[in-house]
Design a protein around this ligand. Structure first.
Ligand code: ATP
Length: 247
């Protein structure tokens, strides 16, 4: 049987009396693009932090890349990539310096760094900009670069927390071309987003409401299940009953 990238069973996180993540259960297949949706405050970031080995669950079980979220947090960190809109590259380092810095942290050798650096700059068509400060690049380019750097060590899974915030649909589409390429290379993609066009690009989607997962399926099946034309309708049908949402 093919190994699952993520297995999650009744995973729960409480802050005092408040149950931020309430017994969520799901599995993510290797090489899958899995969308993790939910309104503001639904519990996505809290769940993602547990899966990335950054916070201990209150109860329940989960393995990520085959490693246990309670006992093997360091191993999890070594086998994943992570990118968020909020935490990204150093603006005051050049593209090549960022690649060297993050590649170095991920344990690449000098030779690998040089090869990967060139390959990445060529793939993204950034040859002329390679020595420019990242701060000078347009946001869409920064995001593509940040994603490429997050998978430079070929992790088993990459976690993307709202990776494309603030850019237009065409640039988002280009970003998704990179995601598809990574998935083709066998990297499992776990992505949170508020954009419903992006939700359509995922193989499967879960939708969180008030700490629970209230729906999980492919975009096509979810639309059928909710008799909806678009993912937007599915999302609002579920999220409008949410108590936490300020949407
Ligand atoms: N350290 C904490 N202590 C207490 N409550 C917390 C803590 N971290 C998160 N929460 C609460 O848990 C709930 C879920 O927050 P979380 O950030 O996981 O939601 P989210 O789905 O990622 O939302 P967004 O889309 O706005 O980022 C929120 O009500 C939040 O206030």
């Amino acid at each position: 049987m093919e190994e699952k990238a993520i297995i999650c069973k009744d995973l729960t996180k409480q802050f005092g009396d408040f149950v931020a993540v309430n017994k969520i259960s799901f599995e993510v297949n290797t090489g899958e693009i899995f969308g993790f949706l939910g309104a503001n405050g639904a519990g996505k970031t809290t769940a993602m932090r547990m899966l990335c080995g950054l916070s201990f669950p209150s109860s329940g079980e989960a393995t990520v890349a085959g490693f246990n979220v309670y006992k093997q947090q360091e191993k999890i960190k070594r086998h994943i990539g992570y990118m968020s809109q909020k935490f990204s590259l150093y603006e005051n380092l050049s593209i090549l310096e960022n690649i060297e810095f993050f590649g170095g942290i991920y344990g690449l050798s000098d030779k690998q760094l040089k090869e990967k650096g060139e390959e990445l700059v060529n793939t993204l068509g950034l040859q002329k900009e390679a020595k420019k400060m990242v701060g000078e690049l347009p946001l869409g380019w920064k995001q593509k670069l940040a994603f490429s750097v997050a998978i430079i060590h070929k992790p088993k899974i990459v976690f993307l927390d709202e990776p494309t915030g603030g850019v237009d649909p065409i640039t988002r589409r280009q970003f998704w071309d990179l995601i598809y390429k990574a998935a083709d290379d066998g990297i499992t993609v776990f992505v949170t987003t508020h954009y419903m066009d992006e939700a359509e690009y995922c193989n499967r989607i879960s939708i969180m409401v008030d700490g629970r997962i209230d729906a999980l399926d492919s975009p096509t099946n979810l639309k059928k299940q909710f008799s909806a034309e678009t993912m937007n309708e599915v999302f609002y049908e579920l999220a409008r009953g949410a108590k936490r949402s300020d949407n």
